[in-house]
Write a new protein. Structure first.
Length: 119
């Protein structure tokens, strides 16, 4: 339950945290996808998918996603998806996920490699 004493910013952070939790649980149930909605998707599933997509792209001032972290230089990125691995990767999607320590998921992963000022 959300405390009535929360500041507006803390309230927004709590709502974002709860919305993210909904997305995580939908993903664990196996039906959340960032691909086009399947024809058989129910209205609640479509709404959760829209919510999850929004969480990935929209931020509010002070949400801690960007301004509370030091900037880092991007030195590389890769997209890992079942059946569509980067050129030169001989391992299967599940093997790469195990090597980098993440659970395989149907929508795949985007990985960023960065260097800080201390490299």
């Amino acid at each position: 339950m959300i405390s009535p004493e929360l500041s507006e910013l803390d309230y927004l952070r709590e709502i974002e945290r709860l919305a993210n939790r909904v997305s995580v649980e939908a993903s664990h149930e196996g039906w959340l996808s960032f691909q086009a909605d399947p024809e058989e998707a129910k209205p609640l599933q479509r709404s959760v998918t829209v919510l999850a997509r929004s969480l990935r792209h929209y931020h509010f001032e002070g949400d801690g996603c960007t301004e509370d972290r030091p900037r880092a230089r991007l030195v590389g990125a890769s997209v890992l998806k079942p059946g569509a691995m980067p050129a030169g990767v001989e391992e299967a999607y599940e093997e790469v996920c195990a090597r980098i320590g993440v659970e395989p998921r149907s929508e795949g992963w985007a990985r960023w490699n960065t260097w800080s000022d201390g490299e």
